[in-house]
Design a protein around this ligand. Structure first.
Ligand code: NAD
Length: 254
C-alpha cells in the first residue's frame, strides 16, 4: 500500500500501460484521476474499479489542449483536495514516417499529444506541488527517446523531448521536493500499433529489419511497465530524480 493517502493522475488511462497503471496505483491505495480522450472505455474502467471499492474518478480530456489539462488537474484538486503524483502517459504513434515524408499535420499531431501534453500538465502541476511542499512526476517516454531507429521522426523527436523535459524539471525543482523521472518502454503489447492503417513504406522498410534484428525476444505486458512507473512514483525511489529508465528487457543495453 505504497500510495495510501496519495492522489495520482494518469493520462492515457483507458488502454494499455495507462490502464494497467491505474489498476496498480489503486491496488496500492491511491485515489486516482483517470484521464483519456476516449470516454466509453475510460468509464468502463472507472465503474469496474469503483465496484471493487477503489477511489477513482474519470475525466475525459485531450492532453494536447491547455483548457482540458486545466480541467483534469482541477478535477484532482476539487474531488480529492490535492495531487501527489502526475503520470504523463498518453501517447500516439507516427506511422513510422521518416522526416522527408512527414506532413505538417502529422508532425503537429504527434508533437501536440506526446510532447506538448506532458509540458502542459507539468506546467500546471508544478505550482500545485510547490504549494503542497512536493510532488512526483513520471513521464512515459520510449526506447524512441533514447535512439533513432525504433519509430518515425515525429515520435522519436517527441520522446527525446520528453526525456529532456524530465531532466530539466528534475534539475530546476529537485531541491524543492519535486521528483521527475521517466520510463522508456521497449515493445509492449498494447493497442498503440504504428498509429494507423497506412504506415510509411519508407519508414517501415528501415525500422522493421532493425527491430527484428535487435529487439528482445519477448514483448512486455503493460503491467510490467506499470510496475516500473509505480516504483518511480513511490517512496522506494526517493533518491531517484531525473532518471531515464529503460524498461525494455535489455534492448538498450545491446
Ligand atoms: N506500446 C509500446 O510498445 C510502447 C513503447 C514505448 C512507449 N510507449 C508509450 O506508452 C504510452 C502508453 O501507450 P500504450 O502503448 O499503452 O498505448 P495505447 O494506445 O494502448 O494507450 C494510449 C492511450 O492514450 C490515449 N490518448 C491518445 N491521445 C490522447 C490525448 N490527446 N489525450 C488523452 N488521451 C489520449 C488513448 O486513447 C489510449 O487510451 C505512450 O506514451 C506510448 O508512446 C508505448
Amino acid at each position: 500500500m505504497r500510495f495510501e493517502q496519495q492522489v495520482a493522475l494518469v493520462t492515457g488511462a483507458a488502454s494499455g500501460i495507462g490502464r494497467a497503471l491505474v489498476q496498480r496505483l489503486v491496488a496500492e491505495g491511491a485515489a486516482v484521476v483517470a484521464v483519456d480522450i476516449v470516454e466509453a472505455p475510460l468509464q468502463a474502467l472507472v465503474e469496474e474499479l469503483r465496484e471493487q471499492g477503489a477511489k477513482v474518478t474519470g475525466c475525459t480530456a485531450n492532453v494536447a489542449l491547455d483548457s482540458d489539462v486545466d480541467t483534469m488537474l482541477t478535477t484532482a484538486t476539487s474531488v480529492y483536495g490535492r495531487l501527489d503524483i502526475l503520470c504523463n502517459n498518453a501517447g500516439i504513434m507516427d506511422l513510422m514516417t521518416p522526416v522527408a515524408d512527414v506532413t505538417l499535420d502529422l508532425w503537429e499531431r504527434v508533437l501536440a499529444v506526446n510532447l506538448n501534453g506532458p509540458f502542459l500538465a507539468c506546467r500546471r502541476a508544478i505550482p500545485l506541488f510547490l504549494e503542497q511542499g512536493g510532488g512526483n512526476i513520471v513521464n512515459t517516454a520510449s526506447e524512441a527517446g533514447l535512439r533513432g531507429g525504433t519509430a518515425g521522426t515525429p515520435y522519436t523527436v517527441a520522446k527525446h523531448g520528453v526525456v529532456g523535459l524530465t531532466r530539466s524539471i528534475a534539475f530546476h525543482y529537485g531541491e524543492r521536493g519535486i521528483r521527475c523521472n521517466a520510463v522508456c518502454p521497449g515493445a509492449v503489447a498494447t493497442a498503440i500499433g504504428i498509429g494507423g492503417s497506412a504506415p510509411s513504406e519508407a519508414g517501415l522498410s528501415r525500422v522493421s529489419p532493425f527491430l527484428q534484428a535487435s529487439a528482445p525476444s519477448r514483448i512486455a505486458a503493460p503491467e510490467e511497465i506499470a510496475a516500473a512507473i509505480a516504483f518511480l512514483a513511490s517512496n522506494d525511489a526517493s533518491y531517484l530524480n531525473g532518471a531515464i529508465l529503460p524498461v525494455d528487457g535489455g534492448w538498450f543495453a545491446a
